[in-house]
Ligand binder design. Sequence first.
Ligand code: NAP
Length: 243
Amino acid sequence: MLNGKVAVVTGGSRGIGAAVAEAMAKNGADVAVIYKGSAEKAQAVCDKIVEEYKVKAKCYCCDVAVTKECAETVAKVIEDLGGVDILVNNAGITKDNLLVSMSEEEFDAVINTNLKGCFNMIKACSRNFIKKKAGKIINISSVSALLGTAGQCNYAASKAGVIALTKTTAREFASRGICCNAIAPGFITTDMTSSLEDKYLSSIPLKRAGKPEEVASLAAFLADSASDYITGEVIRIDGGLAI
Ligand code: NAP
Protein backbone atom coordinates (compact mmCIF):
# COMPACT_ATOMS: atom_id res chain seq x y z
CA MET A 1 0.00 0.00 0.00
CA LEU A 2 1.09 3.58 -0.67
CA ASN A 3 -0.79 5.35 2.13
CA GLY A 4 0.93 8.56 3.20
CA LYS A 5 3.09 8.63 0.05
CA VAL A 6 3.09 11.31 -2.64
CA ALA A 7 3.37 10.23 -6.27
CA VAL A 8 4.32 12.61 -9.09
CA VAL A 9 3.13 11.35 -12.47
CA THR A 10 4.26 13.22 -15.60
CA GLY A 11 1.89 13.05 -18.56
CA GLY A 12 -0.84 12.12 -16.09
CA SER A 13 -3.61 13.81 -18.06
CA ARG A 14 -4.20 11.03 -20.58
CA GLY A 15 -3.45 7.44 -21.58
CA ILE A 16 -0.98 5.41 -19.53
CA GLY A 17 -0.19 8.35 -17.21
CA ALA A 18 -3.84 8.85 -16.25
CA ALA A 19 -4.11 5.13 -15.45
CA VAL A 20 -0.88 5.29 -13.41
CA ALA A 21 -2.16 8.31 -11.46
CA GLU A 22 -5.34 6.42 -10.68
CA ALA A 23 -3.47 3.24 -9.65
CA MET A 24 -1.27 5.24 -7.25
CA ALA A 25 -4.38 6.81 -5.70
CA LYS A 26 -6.18 3.45 -5.51
CA ASN A 27 -3.23 2.22 -3.43
CA GLY A 28 -3.54 5.21 -1.10
CA ALA A 29 -1.02 7.76 -2.46
CA ASP A 30 -1.66 11.46 -2.90
CA VAL A 31 -0.99 12.35 -6.53
CA ALA A 32 0.51 15.27 -8.48
CA VAL A 33 -0.65 15.06 -12.09
CA ILE A 34 1.78 16.83 -14.45
CA TYR A 35 0.53 17.84 -17.89
CA LYS A 36 1.57 20.15 -20.70
CA GLY A 37 -1.52 21.02 -22.76
CA SER A 38 -4.55 19.05 -21.56
CA ALA A 39 -5.61 21.16 -18.55
CA GLU A 40 -9.23 19.97 -18.55
CA LYS A 41 -8.27 16.32 -18.85
CA ALA A 42 -5.69 16.67 -16.06
CA GLN A 43 -8.30 18.29 -13.80
CA ALA A 44 -10.79 15.51 -14.65
CA VAL A 45 -8.20 12.89 -13.62
CA CYS A 46 -7.67 14.71 -10.30
CA ASP A 47 -11.41 15.10 -9.68
CA LYS A 48 -12.01 11.38 -10.30
CA ILE A 49 -9.15 10.39 -7.99
CA VAL A 50 -10.32 12.65 -5.14
CA GLU A 51 -13.91 11.48 -5.51
CA GLU A 52 -13.20 7.74 -5.73
CA TYR A 53 -10.16 7.24 -3.50
CA LYS A 54 -10.42 10.13 -0.99
CA VAL A 55 -6.76 11.09 -1.42
CA LYS A 56 -5.30 14.47 -2.38
CA ALA A 57 -4.71 15.14 -6.07
CA LYS A 58 -3.52 18.32 -7.75
CA CYS A 59 -2.57 19.05 -11.33
CA TYR A 60 0.41 21.12 -12.46
CA CYS A 61 1.15 22.51 -15.92
CA CYS A 62 4.80 21.84 -16.70
CA ASP A 63 6.76 21.16 -19.87
CA VAL A 64 9.15 18.40 -18.76
CA ALA A 65 11.59 19.39 -21.51
CA VAL A 66 12.23 22.70 -19.70
CA THR A 67 14.62 22.26 -16.76
CA LYS A 68 13.52 25.40 -14.87
CA GLU A 69 9.81 24.48 -15.09
CA CYS A 70 10.53 21.03 -13.63
CA ALA A 71 12.45 22.47 -10.68
CA GLU A 72 9.71 25.03 -9.97
CA THR A 73 6.94 22.45 -10.31
CA VAL A 74 8.55 19.92 -7.97
CA ALA A 75 9.13 22.70 -5.41
CA LYS A 76 5.41 23.57 -5.65
CA VAL A 77 4.39 19.91 -5.26
CA ILE A 78 6.55 19.62 -2.13
CA GLU A 79 4.97 22.79 -0.74
CA ASP A 80 1.42 21.60 -1.53
CA LEU A 81 1.62 17.88 -0.75
CA GLY A 82 4.51 17.72 1.73
CA GLY A 83 7.15 15.88 -0.32
CA VAL A 84 7.67 13.37 -3.10
CA ASP A 85 8.05 9.61 -2.55
CA ILE A 86 7.36 8.26 -6.03
CA LEU A 87 8.26 9.77 -9.41
CA VAL A 88 6.78 8.27 -12.56
CA ASN A 89 8.41 9.71 -15.68
CA ASN A 90 5.69 8.89 -18.19
CA ALA A 91 5.37 12.04 -20.38
CA GLY A 92 6.32 11.22 -23.94
CA ILE A 93 5.74 12.14 -27.56
CA THR A 94 6.36 10.67 -31.00
CA LYS A 95 7.33 12.49 -34.20
CA ASP A 96 7.83 9.59 -36.58
CA ASN A 97 9.71 9.81 -39.86
CA LEU A 98 12.28 7.78 -41.75
CA LEU A 99 15.79 8.82 -40.76
CA VAL A 100 16.57 10.36 -44.16
CA SER A 101 13.47 12.59 -43.94
CA MET A 102 13.62 13.42 -40.25
CA SER A 103 14.19 17.07 -39.41
CA GLU A 104 16.43 18.36 -36.67
CA GLU A 105 13.31 19.75 -34.95
CA GLU A 106 11.59 16.33 -34.97
CA PHE A 107 14.68 14.67 -33.54
CA ASP A 108 15.32 17.30 -30.85
CA ALA A 109 11.68 17.58 -29.72
CA VAL A 110 11.42 13.84 -29.01
CA ILE A 111 14.81 13.61 -27.26
CA ASN A 112 14.08 16.72 -25.19
CA THR A 113 10.67 15.53 -23.97
CA ASN A 114 11.26 11.80 -23.62
CA LEU A 115 14.86 11.67 -22.39
CA LYS A 116 15.83 15.10 -21.08
CA GLY A 117 12.39 15.32 -19.44
CA CYS A 118 13.23 12.26 -17.31
CA PHE A 119 16.61 13.73 -16.36
CA ASN A 120 14.99 17.07 -15.47
CA MET A 121 12.40 15.47 -13.21
CA ILE A 122 14.82 13.05 -11.52
CA LYS A 123 17.20 15.92 -10.81
CA ALA A 124 14.37 18.12 -9.52
CA CYS A 125 13.23 15.37 -7.09
CA SER A 126 16.67 14.07 -6.11
CA ARG A 127 17.42 16.38 -3.16
CA ASN A 128 14.04 15.46 -1.61
CA PHE A 129 14.67 11.71 -2.12
CA ILE A 130 18.22 11.94 -0.72
CA LYS A 131 16.96 13.79 2.38
CA LYS A 132 14.31 11.09 2.94
CA LYS A 133 16.82 8.29 2.22
CA ALA A 134 14.01 6.71 0.19
CA GLY A 135 12.32 7.04 -3.16
CA LYS A 136 10.95 5.12 -6.10
CA ILE A 137 11.67 6.34 -9.62
CA ILE A 138 9.82 4.63 -12.47
CA ASN A 139 10.72 5.62 -16.02
CA ILE A 140 8.48 4.66 -18.93
CA SER A 141 10.67 3.44 -21.78
CA SER A 142 9.39 1.37 -24.72
CA VAL A 143 10.06 -1.88 -26.58
CA SER A 144 11.12 0.44 -29.42
CA ALA A 145 14.32 0.94 -27.41
CA LEU A 146 14.98 -2.80 -27.59
CA LEU A 147 13.78 -3.42 -31.16
CA GLY A 148 14.76 -0.20 -32.95
CA THR A 149 11.44 0.42 -34.69
CA ALA A 150 11.76 1.69 -38.29
CA GLY A 151 10.48 5.26 -38.65
CA GLN A 152 11.22 6.02 -35.00
CA CYS A 153 14.97 6.69 -34.78
CA ASN A 154 14.32 9.71 -32.53
CA TYR A 155 11.82 7.86 -30.33
CA ALA A 156 13.79 4.59 -30.08
CA ALA A 157 16.99 6.50 -29.24
CA SER A 158 15.18 8.55 -26.59
CA LYS A 159 13.72 5.41 -25.00
CA ALA A 160 17.07 3.57 -25.12
CA GLY A 161 18.53 6.64 -23.42
CA VAL A 162 15.85 6.29 -20.74
CA ILE A 163 17.06 2.73 -20.06
CA ALA A 164 20.68 3.91 -19.69
CA LEU A 165 19.54 6.80 -17.48
CA THR A 166 17.57 4.31 -15.35
CA LYS A 167 20.58 2.05 -14.81
CA THR A 168 22.94 4.93 -13.96
CA THR A 169 20.38 6.50 -11.62
CA ALA A 170 19.87 3.12 -9.91
CA ARG A 171 23.62 2.76 -9.32
CA GLU A 172 24.17 6.36 -8.17
CA PHE A 173 21.19 6.40 -5.78
CA ALA A 174 21.20 2.83 -4.42
CA SER A 175 23.27 3.69 -1.35
CA ARG A 176 20.62 6.32 -0.46
CA GLY A 177 17.78 3.79 -0.44
CA ILE A 178 16.36 5.05 -3.74
CA CYS A 179 15.26 2.55 -6.41
CA CYS A 180 15.00 3.35 -10.11
CA ASN A 181 13.44 1.03 -12.67
CA ALA A 182 12.10 1.23 -16.20
CA ILE A 183 8.96 -0.18 -17.78
CA ALA A 184 9.10 -0.98 -21.51
CA PRO A 185 5.53 -1.19 -22.84
CA GLY A 186 4.72 -2.66 -26.22
CA PHE A 187 1.53 -1.68 -28.06
CA ILE A 188 -0.83 -0.08 -25.50
CA THR A 189 -4.23 1.35 -26.53
CA THR A 190 -3.97 5.16 -26.08
CA ASP A 191 -4.10 8.35 -28.19
CA MET A 192 -0.44 7.71 -29.11
CA THR A 193 -1.27 4.44 -30.87
CA SER A 194 -4.74 5.37 -32.19
CA SER A 195 -3.44 5.84 -35.75
CA LEU A 196 -1.59 2.51 -35.85
CA GLU A 197 -3.23 -0.21 -37.86
CA ASP A 198 -4.60 -3.46 -36.48
CA LYS A 199 -2.08 -5.36 -38.61
CA TYR A 200 0.51 -4.65 -35.89
CA LEU A 201 -1.51 -6.80 -33.50
CA SER A 202 -0.77 -9.99 -35.45
CA SER A 203 2.93 -9.64 -34.59
CA ILE A 204 2.17 -9.73 -30.85
CA PRO A 205 2.34 -13.31 -29.47
CA LEU A 206 -0.63 -12.65 -27.12
CA LYS A 207 -2.57 -11.25 -30.16
CA ARG A 208 -3.92 -8.14 -28.48
CA ALA A 209 -2.91 -4.64 -27.49
CA GLY A 210 -2.20 -3.91 -23.85
CA LYS A 211 -4.39 -1.72 -21.63
CA PRO A 212 -3.12 1.39 -19.79
CA GLU A 213 -4.37 -0.22 -16.54
CA GLU A 214 -2.01 -3.17 -17.08
CA VAL A 215 1.00 -0.83 -17.28
CA ALA A 216 -0.37 1.07 -14.27
CA SER A 217 -0.52 -2.12 -12.13
CA LEU A 218 3.16 -2.75 -12.87
CA ALA A 219 4.02 0.85 -11.96
CA ALA A 220 2.09 0.47 -8.69
CA PHE A 221 4.12 -2.67 -7.88
CA LEU A 222 7.40 -0.84 -8.59
CA ALA A 223 6.23 2.00 -6.32
CA ASP A 224 5.38 -0.38 -3.47
CA SER A 225 7.70 -1.81 -0.79
CA ALA A 226 6.99 -5.25 -2.31
CA SER A 227 9.57 -4.34 -4.99
CA ASP A 228 12.21 -2.89 -2.63
CA TYR A 229 14.94 -5.30 -3.82
CA ILE A 230 14.44 -4.44 -7.51
CA THR A 231 16.53 -1.60 -8.95
CA GLY A 232 18.09 -0.84 -12.33
CA GLU A 233 15.67 -3.29 -13.97
CA VAL A 234 13.80 -2.93 -17.27
CA ILE A 235 10.50 -4.79 -17.34
CA ARG A 236 8.79 -5.41 -20.67
CA ILE A 237 4.98 -5.38 -20.73
CA ASP A 238 4.31 -6.15 -24.37
CA GLY A 239 2.36 -9.37 -24.80
CA GLY A 240 5.62 -11.02 -25.86
CA LEU A 241 6.34 -8.60 -28.73
CA ALA A 242 10.06 -8.26 -27.96
CA ILE A 243 10.76 -11.88 -26.94
P1 NAP B 1 -0.43 9.84 -24.79
O1 NAP B 1 -1.77 9.22 -24.63
O2 NAP B 1 -0.08 10.50 -26.07
O3 NAP B 1 -0.19 10.87 -23.57
C1 NAP B 1 1.01 11.54 -23.48
C2 NAP B 1 1.05 12.30 -22.18
O4 NAP B 1 2.32 12.97 -22.08
C3 NAP B 1 -0.03 13.35 -22.05
O5 NAP B 1 -0.50 13.38 -20.74
C4 NAP B 1 0.72 14.64 -22.37
O6 NAP B 1 0.19 15.77 -21.70
C5 NAP B 1 2.09 14.35 -21.78
N1 NAP B 1 3.14 15.16 -22.36
C6 NAP B 1 3.59 15.18 -23.63
N2 NAP B 1 4.59 16.06 -23.76
C7 NAP B 1 4.78 16.62 -22.55
C8 NAP B 1 5.68 17.59 -22.03
N3 NAP B 1 6.61 18.18 -22.81
N4 NAP B 1 5.59 17.94 -20.71
C9 NAP B 1 4.66 17.35 -19.92
N5 NAP B 1 3.79 16.42 -20.34
C10 NAP B 1 3.85 16.05 -21.64
O7 NAP B 1 0.73 8.77 -24.55
P2 NAP B 1 0.69 7.29 -23.91
O8 NAP B 1 0.45 6.34 -25.00
O9 NAP B 1 -0.15 7.28 -22.70
O10 NAP B 1 2.23 7.14 -23.52
C11 NAP B 1 2.71 7.41 -22.21
C12 NAP B 1 4.17 7.01 -22.16
O11 NAP B 1 4.29 5.62 -22.49
C13 NAP B 1 5.05 7.75 -23.17
O12 NAP B 1 6.31 7.99 -22.60
C14 NAP B 1 5.18 6.76 -24.31
O13 NAP B 1 6.33 6.96 -25.06
C15 NAP B 1 5.21 5.45 -23.55
N6 NAP B 1 4.82 4.30 -24.36
C16 NAP B 1 3.58 4.21 -24.88
C17 NAP B 1 3.24 3.09 -25.65
C18 NAP B 1 1.88 2.92 -26.25
O14 NAP B 1 1.69 1.92 -26.97
N7 NAP B 1 0.92 3.78 -25.99
C19 NAP B 1 4.19 2.10 -25.87
C20 NAP B 1 5.45 2.23 -25.31
C21 NAP B 1 5.75 3.34 -24.55
P3 NAP B 1 -0.77 16.85 -22.45
O15 NAP B 1 -1.83 16.09 -23.16
O16 NAP B 1 -1.26 17.68 -21.35
O17 NAP B 1 0.14 17.59 -23.39
